[in-house]
Design a protein around this ligand. Structure first.
Ligand SMILES: Cc1ncc(COP(=O)(O)O)c(C=O)c1O
Length: 432
């Protein structure tokens, strides 16, 4: 039994056990590796856990396809960016075949897509984004407008509730070329109304670019039905494809012929092996490729998507809502009196798969939790403790234990803490 001596109480533990017993996804945890020292891992929204099946797949790609097949394996690898993109797009993004391709990192893809969007709106001079958008999204837009006759307009949205169509309406106008937002806020976890906001941007004649890093694999997405023009996101969080796994990008089909990205490499070229002079891009979303795809990572993305397909994104979302709702209840009952304040939307349907808490000592608490109490969460400046609830790998008992330990650590104040009851864990992270 993992529960601590002082803590949330027997009634709470009984409830956690009851919720776990009736969880249709409880067995999914067995499809993933262990956590160090039996720690509670609440950081799947930063780096997803390792699916057991991925180990066998990686071994097969390395030993068979690379080791024995050598360069001849490019015959099957060359189409992987499209095959895996289609699979991920159809299973998790509500996209059609030919609208998603795997390439590069999220940062690079966002840059390519943003540059393509402003190129497709000549004469328009404004790019709009959220002042609190994930740093890489803001930085790459700063870099894009620099040296061009463009201006970056940073909009102030509510830091818990995130972007709304009303606020966007006031921020876009006839000069706006592009609106770039995150679907799920990396800190608060707020879900933006993609359809409503895209409609407002379109009414002003602007294109929309969505960062799906914190929603893909956790929140069902319907790109084709929500009016999104462009999107990108990573696969190392809820898709569980591993550190540095390739990202994806989406270009709405009806936009593909009128849009062009700036990094012209041979993989984006029509008849790439002609090796001839002059660049003519491929048709379709493949024109957004630049260089050699990361084959090992693509194999892991495919395994991650297959696993999520088997579990079912609707069931994942249902469990995620149950987990975050239970966690909010636990926080209200056991942490509110200890200086914690909820910094995620209260309405479950407005929340992604994480719960964010504000606390004056959030950074120290997060470090203590990770280093000595066997709870891996993450800290977000200036004062947020972020608790990720990846549905396939998180149990209700994990949440009860985490809250119990958060209460114990914060109750200890600044003084020395007890040795780890869980025997220590990997340190808490400060990644996205
Ligand atoms: C919303 C968001 N966008 C982008 C990134 C990072 O992009 P990249 O994979 O290019 O580092 C992260 C990383 O956590 C993120 O949370």
């Amino acid at each position: 039994m993992r529960e601590g001596a002082v803590g949330v109480g027997e009634v709470e533990w009984a409830r956690a056990r009851e919720l776990d017993a009736s969880d249709p996804l409880a067995a999914a945890r067995d499809q993933f590796g262990e956590t160090p020292g039996d720690s509670v891992y609440l950081d799947g929204n930063s780096l997803g856990m390792l699916p057991r099946r991925s180990v066998a797949r990686l071994r097969q790609v390395v030993e068979e396809e690379w080791g024995r097949g050598l360069v001849g394996s490019w015959d099957r690898w060359i189409d992987l960016p499209f095959q895996v993109g289609d699979r991920l797009g159809q299973a998790l993004l509500g996209a059609d075949a030919g609208e998603v391709v795997m390439a590069d990192s999220t940062s690079v893809n966002l840059y390519k897509l943003a540059a393509a969007a402003v190129g497709a709106r000549p004469g328009r001079t404004v790019v709009v984004t959220d002042r609190r958008n994930f740093p890489t999204d803001r930085y790459l837009l700063e870099g894009l407008v620099r040296g061009r006759p463009l201006e970056l307009r940073l909009v102030e949205f509510d830091e818990v509730e995130g972007p709304t169509a009303e606020r966007v309406r006031a921020a876009v106008d006839g000069d706006t070329a592009l609106l770039s937002l995150s679907h799920v806020d990396y800190r608060s976890g707020a879900i933006a109304d993609m359809a409503g906001i895209s409609a407002v941007a379109h009414a002003a004649g602007a294109l929309t670019l969505w960062d799906l890093s914190h929603s893909v694999g956790a929140v069902p997405i319907q790109l084709d039905r929500s009016g999104a023009d462009l999107a990108a996101g990573c696969t190392y969080k809820y898709v569980n494809a591993g550190p540095g796994a390739p990202a994806f990008l989406y270009v709405r089909r009806s936009l593909q012929a009128e849009i062009s990205q700036p990094i012209w490499g041979w993989f984006g070229k029509r008849q790439m092996f002609a090796m001839d002079e002059g660049y003519r891009p491929r048709d379709g979303v493949g024109s957004f490729l630049s260089g050699t795809p990361a084959v090992l990572g693509l194999a892991l993305v495919e395994e991650g998507v297959l696993l999520l397909e088997e579990l079912g994104i609707e069931r994942i979302r249902a469990k995620s809502i149950a987990l975050t709702s239970y966690l909010v209840e636990l926080c209200d009952r056991h942490l509110a009196g200890l200086g914690f304040e909820l910094a995620s939307p209260r309405a479950a349907d407005r929340r992604g798969s994480q719960v964010c808490l504000r606390h004056a000592r959030a950074q120290a608490i997060c470090r203590e939790l990770g280093e000595r109490w066997g709870v891996v969460a993450d800290f977000r400046a200036p004062d947020r403790l972020r608790l990720g609830c990846a549905a396939p790998t998180t149990s209700f008992a994990d949440l009860a234990l985490a809250v119990e330990r958060i209460a114990q650590v914060s109750d200890l104040g600044e003084g020395p803490s007890s040795p780890s009851p869980a025997g220590g864990a990997a340190g808490a992270t400060e990644r996205g």
